[in-house]
Design a protein around this ligand. Structure first.
Ligand code: PMP
Length: 334
């Protein structure tokens, strides 16, 4: 079929792009799954669609109903767009530290946006817990009801990757894939793709690219949920084992500092024309580390998560980088 029947039909089936510099540097074939080419410009469109389809199938989301979610932004954008296409309202709770561009996009999509202070998960006012409470309140008040998307612990999220992203990677490589690695926000992408690939070939190596400030590297490497340092990347960095992460087949965990990831993201833009956000820098840095560990001749796939213009005021802003004590690439500083 050459014609896509609306937005829903246009989610997924993204290209797999060879990353030149990473491949040359490692002697491996490093490929990026171009999730930024989804209609909402991120990997989270798939999770949004699967969460909504699952709630409709279960009968909890009814025509004209409201979807409530706590999100760093991308899931909210996916939910708002799919919601618009299917006739649902969206109410999005976002930590105020997230980029202005994502907040503007959410308002532009017609979502009701509630900004809350960025406090840890254990705090009852954490954005995830806040959104869960709000969903309960709205479910009782809204004439057509409301649901909580609950992307962290709703496994319809990873199901989207088990059923679509993983099989797409397998088909696009004709099953010739040796490793897969990415960072974790909810864990839906890593666990879902990891499970789909392992089911087809148990020898595919699954890696975790964890940013500083997240606790998962220490958990998978040493059995202890422990965080150290911090990162300016958004949408990734988890401190607990979410339901989506349960049973994730992780073989090789890596911890990636921003000073390693950001230059890679900047290089992708300057030398390969790929304008990506910070989590993609972490992912490609992880793919390079995994490639070096596995040795030349392997094919490793990672995720190109979202479009860089979502972070123009942050990682692509010399003043912001300087404020954070991070190096500014010379081409940006003019
Ligand atoms: N990168 C970005 C930019 C994201 O917004 C997210 C989702 N929060 C991720 C990566 C991680 O995806 P997942 O939630 O599937 O772990």
């Amino acid at each position: 079929m050459k014609i896509k029947n609306g937005l829903i039909d246009s989610i997924g089936n993204t290209p797999l792009i060879r990353l030149k510099k990473a491949s040359e540097e490692t002697g491996c074939d490093i490929l990026g799954k171009a999730e930024f080419l989804n209609p909402g410009q991120s990997v989270k469109d798939r999770a949004a669609l699967f969460i909504i389809k699952d709630a409709i199938a279960k009968g909890t989301l009814r025509p004209g109903g409201t979807i409530v979610e706590g999100t760093a932004g991308n899931t909210g954008i996916g939910l708002a767009l799919v919601g618009n296409a299917m006739g649902f309202k969206t109410v999005i709770v976002i930590p105020e530290t997230q980029s202005q561009e994502k907040k503007d996009m959410l308002r532009l999509c017609g979502a009701e946006l509630i900004e809350v202070p960025a406090v840890p998960y254990k705090d009852p006012n954490n954005y995830v817990k806040y959104s869960g409470r709000l969903a309960e309140e709205l479910a009782a008040k809204e004439p057509n009801g409301a649901i909580w998307a609950n992307q962290f612990d709703n496994v319809a999220n990873r199901q989207g990757h088990i059923e679509t992203t993983g099989p797409e990677i397998w088909d696009q490589t004709d099953g010739k894939v040796d490793g897969f690695i990415c960072a974790v926000g909810t864990g839906g992408t890593l666990a879902g793709i990891g499970m789909a690939l392992k089911e087809r070939n148990k020898d595919v190596v699954i890696g975790l690219a964890d940013p500083m400030g997240a606790a998962l590297y220490n958990y998978y490497a040493h059995g202890e949920l422990k965080a150290e340092g911090s990162s300016i990347t958004e949408g990734i960095g988890q401190g607990r084992i979410t339901a989506n992460l349960e049973g994730a087949p992780i073989d090789e965990p890596f911890q990636i500092p921003d000073t390693e990831a950001l230059p890679i993201a900047f290089d992708l833009l300057q030398h390969e024309g790929l304008c990506m956000g910070g989590s993609t820098g972490i992912n490609v840095a992880g793919a390079i580390r995994l490639a070096k560990k596995m040795g030349p001749g392997h094919r490793i796939v990672t995720i190109l998560c979202d479009y860089g213009n979502r972070y123009q005021s942050k990682m692509f802003n010399p003043a912001f980088l300087k404020e954070q004590g991070l190096p500014v690439p010379p081409w940006m500083d003019k």
